[in-house]
Design a protein around this ligand. Sequence first.
Ligand code: MN
Length: 216
Amino acid sequence: MSVTLLALPYDAGALAPHLSRASVQLHHAHHHRIFAETVRTAVTGTALERASLEDIIVETAGRQAQAGLFQAAAETWNHNFYFRSMRPGGGAPSGLLAKMIDRRFGGFDGFSRAFVAAATGLIGSGWAWLVVERGSLAIRTTANSDTPIAFGETPLLGLDLWEHAYVLDHQGRRADYVRAFLKSLANWEFAGDNLDRLLDQAAVPMRASFAETTRR
Ligand code: MN
């Protein structure tokens, strides 16, 4: 069985004061754990029992009869990705990713403004993402439990916009939470690694075309 709850890659208190130990512990040990256990229970004894989380998501996406399993699998994947999208102290994009952000958004400030606007513009619960879609950087939001990997997009960084993620530490003020994420929590090394992995898997011309794009 390949569906597992990701261990937090840092101490639960390490993201304070932006996200408190109590908030991170509740989020990880309660919300996240329930989704992972739901997936495990739902696939046991079925054809998907040995499938990866990614395969379960792709297999069940858009199928009404499997909406519950899709939701739990997507939430598990999204949370695994979200907790790795943060690290104590945050940082800044570097290398090729930084050049791509400059090229696409006119710099990190432009990217930050667009990310905050997208995240605060999402009505209700969901997720904000920096993704690669058809060879280009894009900011996406997905509603509720939806996930970019169901649409063939490759996330580089993801942020949980469900109120449970920020109600304790930001009194439900989503914009404050998103700004704190960008300024003090975002793990750009993780984002860069995700970009590298995509480029390594993709056809060689993709890396060449990115390099070309950023040289202009
Ligand atoms: Mn959550």
